[in-house]
Write a protein of this length. Structure first.
Lengths: 491, 182
């Protein structure tokens, strides 16, 4: 029909007129041209997709992170309940949180592939030292993101893994203690630690990441794509192909695969939230995320007098060596088999890292006590995820007053209440002896046992109590009597 | 960076027409995938729109005998349990217990139906007066003058075991009829 044809022509004229108007004011055409027409020596390849895959994943983390912040509260008394609310109540909450948590893992995997490709292809050569260094900073920042983000849910594994992680800092000579206190916001882990990790994870590190990603991209464009390892790093000779369309299509396919893989994992194996961190829990065995397991195992190996060398000096030397690769390996040769030192060095490092990870896994499965405890912790997570959401109930101001002045307690029981609250008792038996998953309730125990037998039980634990994880009670006679009086007052 | 040879000599580059079609295709695929990814994000952010406000709970106002022989409205603060997202908290709301003359009591919300200020009982004038915009009501909450479009809102109340109970609710402001706020 001639009528529609005329309209189509009008339509495309209108579009190009709009483009013209926009281009006059923004120069968008030359920008697009600059972005898409970058020459790639030797043409597009699947080996080059990892950088844009990382960029895509970073954007995904930013978007999901911003949305998660809609409901998250960074304070030790609200962090866990808000993550629980996100996971159990809010629509798509568990899915988004899983995408964000698994996204960190995906970034670590892609970082490894991106670095391996760069090292094998010798793409750091030829005036690309700053490009490489900006990448080293990005690696450190990303690992920092993974470390700081791990604490935010404030569940058992988050709390204890971060406690161990921040302990490493105290190995630094002279300023170690101060550094650790600075990062934690105090000598112990607490709500200030959470605030600090939150600020690093949400403001400081993402800001630095954006700055360094910009620098990395700028330096990459300035140096130009390095091409295959047969190419000369300084004066490329191979015929080129533009970034668009072939490399763009490959990059898009890669990102699509990442989206689909992340989405499937997040949907079918959602990321679990464990029970809230219980700081008095002495039985919990912390384990970091899998990509930090080798470091964790390494610190077990080098404990004692080797801890300074193994925990600080050696990692520091390795990091400096890694950052200095383009300064040390300066020849124009890029073929991996002609650069045995760098390639073999990297391969040995990767083999050791993987070996330590395997060793850690092996250690955990071989020790029956550890394996049983780790299984218990996993089961506690599954059980917690099955429980319906419990809103945090905040008492009214009036209720506060009455709780602060328990009316019916005699002075001995009041003293006992203070001992109960000050000791680790409430951690397992509940703040008011109401019991928890890990320990029975103490309410009504006074009806079951006499004062004498309660005092005896405190100091002579039954087999069942020991197996349940009840620690020995170290109290003098007067304090024992007070504690027993309090226990008997629980109704 | 200038290139010595253009690879297009070896690898055929699509004609401009095919290029623009490819561009259109890629943009469409990208748009579709982005739209699909936006679905969980929108569901997540719009979650509060889809949650039902649960039925208001009953709160104690006080023992009925306290209000026997009440001659004028009495202000009371009641504790209302509210669940907001992840927390359940007890908030205090102001109500007036109003004698109706026939020995019956009714409970009025202190929230002005105009713009939501707290209405005060001024005993000297025998009137409820809203301090914000001067709306006035009789001692039983009937509108006398000022900008409010309706009388003060009566709350559902009952007496159970000698205790006066009330179900606190908010109502839409600036309308002539009393409609619960959803």
């Amino acid at each position: 029909m001639p009528d529609t044809k005329v309209r189509q022509v009008d339509g495309s004229k209108a579009v190009s007129a709009c483009m013209e108007w926009l281009d006059d004011r923004t120069g968008i055409r030359s920008l697009m041209h600059e972005a898409l027409h970058e020459p790639i020596p030797g043409g597009a390849r699947w080996a080059y997709i990892f950088g844009s895959g990382l960029l895509y994943l970073f954007l995904s983390q930013v978007v999901t992170g911003v949305f998660l912040a809609l409901y998250y509260v960074p304070s030790s008394d609200h962090a866990h309940v808000t993550v629980s609310y996100i996971s159990k109540v809010v629509s798509s909450g568990l899915f988004l949180r899983s995408i964000h948590a698994y996204g960190a893992t995906a970034i670590v995997i892609l970082l490894f592939l991106h670095i391996s490709q760069t090292l094998l292809y010798g793409s750091y050569k030829g005036k690309r030292e700053l490009l490489w260094l900006s990448g080293c900073f990005l690696l450190a920042l990303m690992l920092g993101m993974a470390f700081t983000g791990y604490l935010l849910p404030w569940d058992e594994k988050a709390y204890f893994a971060s406690a161990v992680g921040t302990n490493i800092l105290s190995e630094v000579p002279i300023i170690g203690g101060t550094l650790q206190k600075l990062l934690r916001g105090g000598p112990q882990m607490g709500t200030l630690t959470l605030s600090r990790f939150f600020v690093l994870h949400v403001f400081v590190l993402p800001g630095l990441l954006m700055a360094f990603i910009t620098a990395h991209l700028f330096l990459f464009r300035k140096a130009g794509a390095a091409g295959p390892f047969t190419e000369d790093p300084v004066q490329p000779v191979l015929p080129t192909q533009r970034f668009y369309p072939r490399q763009v299509v490959m990059d898009m396919v890669a990102s699509l695969l990442i989206v689909v893989a992340l989405g499937l994992v997040a949907y079918f194996i959602p990321f679990h939230l464990g029970p809230e961190a219980n700081t008095s829990d002495t039985t919990y065995i912390p384990r970091p995320d899998w990509y930090y397991l080798p470091i964790f195992q390494w610190l077990k190996v080098v404990s004692g007098k080797w801890s300074l060398f193994g925990g600080i000096v050696l990692p520091g030397v390795l990091a400096v060596l890694f950052a200095a690769i383009p300064f040390l390996d300066r020849g124009r040769e890029r073929r991996p088999w002609r650069r045995p030192v760098v390639v073999a060095g990297f391969a040995i490092f990767v083999a050791c890292y993987a070996g330590l990870g395997a060793l850690s896994y092996h250690d955990d499965t071989r020790d029956p006590l550890v394996a049983a405890q780790l299984a218990r912790q996993k089961k506690a997570e599954i059980d917690y995820m099955r429980q319906p959401f419990q809103p945090l109930s905040e008492p009214s101001p009036a209720a506060h007053v009455s709780a602060a002045a328990p009316a019916a307690l005699d002075p001995l029981a009041t003293k006992g209440a203070a001992i109960f609250a000050g000791g680790p008792c409430g951690g397992c038996h509940g703040d008011k002896g109401e019991g928890s998953e890990v320990a029975p309730k103490l309410v009504g125990v006074g009806q079951k046992y006499s004062a004498g037998s309660l005092a005896y039980l405190l100091h002579h634990r039954t087999q069942g109590m020991i197996q349940g994880g009840m620690p020995p009670v170290d109290l003098n006679q007067a304090d024992t009597d007070a504690l027993v009086a309090y226990l008997r007052s629980l109704k | 960076m200038s290139s010595p040879v253009d690879l297009s000599e070896q690898i055929p580059v699509p004609s401009p027409e095919r290029r623009s079609f490819l561009g259109f295709l890629l943009a469409s695929i990208g748009g579709l995938v982005s739209a699909a990814l936006a679905v969980p994000l929108v569901r997540f952010a719009a979650f509060p729109l889809r949650t039902q406000t649960e039925d208001a709970s009953w709160s104690d106002v006080g023992k009925v005998e306290e209000f026997n022989g009440l001659a004028e409205p009495a202000a009371r603060a009641i504790d209302v349990t509210r669940i907001e997202g992840w927390r359940s908290s007890v908030v205090q709301n102001g109500v007036y217990v109003v004698p109706q003359g026939n020995g019956q009591l009714k409970v009025l919300s202190s929230v002005c139906p105009h713009l939501g200020c707290g209405v005060r009982w001024i005993g000297k004038k025998d009137e409820f007066i809203c301090p914000c915009h001067g709306g006035t009501f009789t001692s039983t909450g009937v509108r006398v003058s000022g900008p409010p479009l309706r009388a003060m809102d009566e709350l559902e109340s009952k007496v159970e075991n000698g205790v006066l109970k009330v179900r606190f609710q908010y109502f839409r402001q600036l309308v002539a009829t009393k409609e619960p706020q959803s």
